[in-house]
Ligand binder design. Structure first.
Ligand code: ADP
Length: 254
């Protein structure tokens, strides 16, 4: 699957056999792998590979807020730090967090807050550090998905998981899960996320051109994709506990 090499895009985003450039059907997700409990020193963590995206999320909290003036006397706060490594894209990315990273951090935080019981943790902070090691389109959605898993792995009480995916339009066709090339050379990109406890969208962004009918079809594509990704999240969480159970039953853990 090609990463974006410089800013040169192909003229067509579908092959002659009707498949996308990476061989996928229009409604097909890229391969997704998730794992929880991958970092020793964090309260909770998760790792995700989604196509060419490779992302770690680490969670701390509830813990004291630094700097103190950010603390809220009546509730906890959620702080999200989305960062792309300098080597995560073809041209070296400046190491300092730019406007895009600050905006995406805020978007991810707003998206995750509805599932947390922040009102039960006054004066404290939950912190989510997300590092994108390889980026190839849809990183904000992948980050929301892996951050929700890391929060669950940390044992943070949650109303439900959150699952995100981008849908959109390329060469006039509606598609699921845009790759980097499709995101940049396509006509529309619609990242969205669902909070499962109420089945509401906690993220809905839109970049490009479409009409209302296509917009609603895009949401239909997202709905199908959410369920598939959610299953992978649940499997990743269950796998950790099945492994612990097996270690106990073999007497390796006491
Ligand atoms: P998202 O990753 O959520 O789709 P964008 O639409 O802003 O967010 O970015 C699309 C893709 O463009 C990213 O996934 C990444 O592959 C690439 N990209 C983002 N920032 C940079 C950058 N500074 N340099 C090169 N490529 C970038």
């Amino acid at each position: 699957m090609p990463l974006i090499i410089k800013d040169e895009y192909p003229e067509k985003l579908f092959r002659d056999d009707g498949k996308r450039l990476d061989g996928r059907d229009k409604d097909e997700l890229r391969p997704i792998k998730m794992e929880v409990g991958v970092l020793e020193n964090a309260d909770g963590s998760a790792y995700l590979e989604w196509g060419n995206n490779k992302i770690y999320a680490a969670v701390y909290g509830p813990r004291e807020v630094h700097p103190h003036h950010l603390a809220k006397p009546d509730r906890g706060i959620l702080r999200v730090f989305y960062r792309m490594a300098t080597f995560s894209v073809f041209e070296r990315k400046r190491p300092a967090p730019g406007r895009r990273e600050k905006e995406i951090s805020m978007v991810i935080s707003d998206c995750l807050k509805p599932v947390l019981f922040l009102e039960l943790y006054p004066g404290t902070a939950f912190e989510v550090y997300i590092n994108v090691l390889d980026a190839d389109g849809g990183t904000r959605c992948a980050c929301i998905t892996v951050a929700a898993l890391a929060l669950a792995d940390a044992g943070v009480p949650m109303r439900s998981l959150v699952t995100a995916v981008a849908v959109g339009k390329i060469d006039g066709e509606l598609i699921t899960d845009l790759s980097g090339i499709e995101d940049k050379a396509g006509e529309a990109d619609l990242p969205c996320a669902i909070t499962w406890f109420n089945e509401e969208l906690s993220l809905l962004q839109f970049d490009g051109e479409t009409d209302l009918e296509e917009f609603s079809k895009c949401l239909g594509l997202a709905k199908n994709a959410f369920s598939k990704i959610y299953e992978i999240q649940l499997d990743a969480l269950k796998k950790k506990y099945i492994e612990i159970q097996e270690e106990y039953s073999r007497g390796e853990k006491k």
